[in-house]
Design a binder for this molecule. Sequence first.
Ligand SMILES: Cc1cc2nc3c(=O)[nH]c(=O)nc-3n(C[C@H](O)[C@H](O)[C@H](O)COP(=O)(O)OP(=O)(O)OC[C@H]3O[C@@H](n4cnc5c(N)ncnc54)[C@H](O)[C@@H]3O)c2cc1C
Length: 563
Amino acid sequence: MTPEQSDEGVASKPPFIGRKAQMFPQLTPAQSARLEALGAHRRTSKGEILAQPGDRHRPMLVVLSGSIEVVQSGMEGEVLIVVHTAGSFTGEMSLLQGIGSLVRMRVRDSGEVLVIGEDRLRTVIQTDAELSELFMRAFILRRVGLLASQAGDVILLGSSRSAGTLRLQQFLTRNSFPFVNLDVHTDQSVQALLERFHIQADEVPVVLCRGEVVLRNPSNEEVAACLGMNQQIDDDRIRDVIVVGAGPAGLAAAVYAASEGLDVLVLETGTPGGQAGSSSKIENYLGFPTGISGLALAARARVQAQKFGAEIRTAYSALKLNCHERPYAVELCHGNAVRARTIIIATGAEYRQLAIEQASRFLGTGIYYAATATEVRRCEMKEVIVVGGGNSAGQAAVYLAGKCSHVHLLVRSKGLADSMSRYLIRRIDETANITLHANTEIASLEGDGQLERVVWRTSPGNALETHAIGHVFLMTGAVPSTFWLKDCIALNDKGFVRTGLDLTQADLPAANGSAARLPQPFETNWPGIFAVGDVRCGSVKRVAAAVGEGSACVQQVHQALRD
Ligand SMILES: Cc1cc2nc3c(=O)[nH]c(=O)nc-3n(C[C@H](O)[C@H](O)[C@H](O)COP(=O)(O)OP(=O)(O)OC[C@H]3O[C@@H](n4cnc5c(N)ncnc54)[C@H](O)[C@@H]3O)c2cc1C
């Protein structure tokens, strides 16, 4: 037994000891017997490496005899996570996601394992309810443990004053990817790393990928590629359905379509979760009486979709939809295209930018479009401004009031009654450190690199006030993400996708000529191309509505596939 290992073979420090029984369960003889038929026996020898960080397409191993140690490698060497002995099994979420391993596995004592390949594992998870629950819970908790350990060989060297750092923190966090976050201004250990990798302090953000590759101010796509976040997929394959956008609507569509046996590919520009992923707490989604953060909801939905076999590619933007060829083709930011018999458009909406010149200059260094733990780290115990009168602004104000010294809520209208839910208005009224400023809007932003001062204007009279506040959260609604559909899909005057009964006669004949039926409720002017969630004209802009549309649409996809 090593000093860091408990007598039960698990790292003796949190986070891996908390829910040990569920994280590292022992299979019963009956469960092992069911797996026996699906795997192949293999001998293992002491010291043999069974997986390295970044390795893809690993099987799950059930230990029959001997033992396997699982370690997380970092700059300081290896940290033991667990020693699997007879009856235990290897793996965590990356196994089902088809992405690179996050850990190293080495044989500690020679013995024998049962090797269960990726496809067989997925079959067990989809067909054996008892083992499915056991494996899924263990895989999820193991990933949660890796995230909480804040260790590993992926290091983000950044600065709380840099917009690029915030972008990368959001990207890695929302992808549930474990990383070590170091700030060049506050962390003592940074200097040694800068010297070792020949990095200048002003080059941050820098991602040290697997302790070897140095990425200077990388794009999300570069980080995803270096860390093997996406599956290697055959782009020549023609899918049943491509879902574009992994917000609540797209994820719901992916879960239902994959669970009903369709071959599903999901493309996502940023990270799964969409607008909901930027909400600190969603309180009106059915089944979560104490609320759930958008990030947690998205992470669960993503795992659920992957459990059923949906392939999700993050940092993959759809640039153009080609409706004129069959199967339909989606052109990607990477220069290639993917094809499918049907398409579900679930690209939702993007935040409306502040219509003043300096707003983009301070993006990430004082201007934020989300209020989650990642952004709040930058303004804890400070005074902040929230702009907007809708529910998203109300939620942000209440959440920030618990973390910041004071919240100024700025609305252009005379009050909140017409735009915000009653429960939020009441909470705002009852929170002492929130001040509502009605008839008020931001006039200008000032600062050198970092936002330092905000000037706001109040009507009538247009009185200007300057406040030394360096953090502004913009929650002022959204515009549809439909630029990639131009010249193809019928949109309304505000850019939302028209479907079903919203389509006019003029939309149909040219595009729909080949369909022998009228468009279904979520179908666009092209047969087999659907739109769901916030991107759809007339939809209710809520999580539950988006989830409902995404799941209901799958029945119509089946109909289109039958045509
Ligand atoms: C801060 C905030 C708080 C909110 N709180 C609540 C709440 O408490 N309750 C509630 O019911 N609703 C809430 N909402 C509204 C709710 O989040 C939305 O109605 C819901 O997320 C819409 O889901 P969607 O999947 O249709 O679109 P979105 O959530 O907008 O997701 C669309 C996805 O598509 C991706 N995408 C866009 N273009 C492309 C492209 N070209 N290629 C690939 N991917 C693309 C985007 O990156 C995004 O991930 C909130 C919204 C915000 C912003």
